[in-house]
Design a protein around this ligand. Sequence first.
Ligand SMILES: Cc1cc2nc3c(=O)[nH]c(=O)nc-3n(C[C@H](O)[C@H](O)[C@H](O)COP(=O)(O)OP(=O)(O)OC[C@H]3O[C@@H](n4cnc5c(N)ncnc54)[C@H](O)[C@@H]3O)c2cc1C
Length: 213
Amino acid sequence: MQFEKTKRSKLNRRPDRGSFDKETIYKIIDEAFYCHVSFIQNDMPFVIPTIHARMEDKIILHGAKASRMLKHISAGNEVCIAITLMDGLVFARSVFHHSMNYRSVVLFGSGEEVKDKIIKFNAFHAITNHIMPGRWDDARRPNKKEMDATAVVSIKIDEASAKIRTGPPVDDADDYDLPVWAGELPFLKGFDLPINDPKLNPGIPIPEYLKIK
Ligand SMILES: Cc1cc2nc3c(=O)[nH]c(=O)nc-3n(C[C@H](O)[C@H](O)[C@H](O)COP(=O)(O)OP(=O)(O)OC[C@H]3O[C@@H](n4cnc5c(N)ncnc54)[C@H](O)[C@@H]3O)c2cc1C
């Protein structure tokens, strides 16, 4: 299944690195911990980083009811969201051809506030388990007061593209003889060992899902 290639989602620059494949795009969205949401308000562009989750073809965002961004989306306005995974640094023989390996997504859609209590509860579940699968089953679930204090919006992904760079640097033909190291420095993704909250009651073990290699 593919997203439609539209006038604004069609990659002009390096279209060979582009993809409109839904599975590819969803995988990048699901691997990222946060996204950047951009919108226009009063003729001014803004971009706001925030946590997200995906529920089928929708991006879910949450936050304080007072959030300008969430109010803007709740009003049905369109947003453009960027999601980036950096996979490594690419060192070329010339400064000009230095680059990064990455997987990124740019998507467009308009949103609405999630008012249905069950869908809102499911959105909390999706966000919690998106950040750490298994956490929802351990932590206390949101109560009515917390649910009421939090706005949740759902943005239907109308258009989306991925762009992916992999592999070694691409140098100018003449530069391959230069005595300069060239190659890739893969970016290690992972977490360090969990640190107990100083206020943690004794006897509570670290959950298995946090013992990430
Ligand atoms: C980590 C990272 C570092 C980068 N560094 C540079 C850099 O230093 N210099 C540079 O010129 N470019 C860089 N890029 C590529 C950059 O994101 C753009 O793709 C590129 O600059 C072309 O921009 P444009 O506005 O001409 O895009 P166009 O090709 O005109 O964009 C048209 C449409 O294609 C889609 N699109 C464009 N870029 C992306 C993308 N990255 N992911 C998904 N969809 C996309 C969007 O829907 C966009 O509206 C980087 C990308 C990443 C992820």
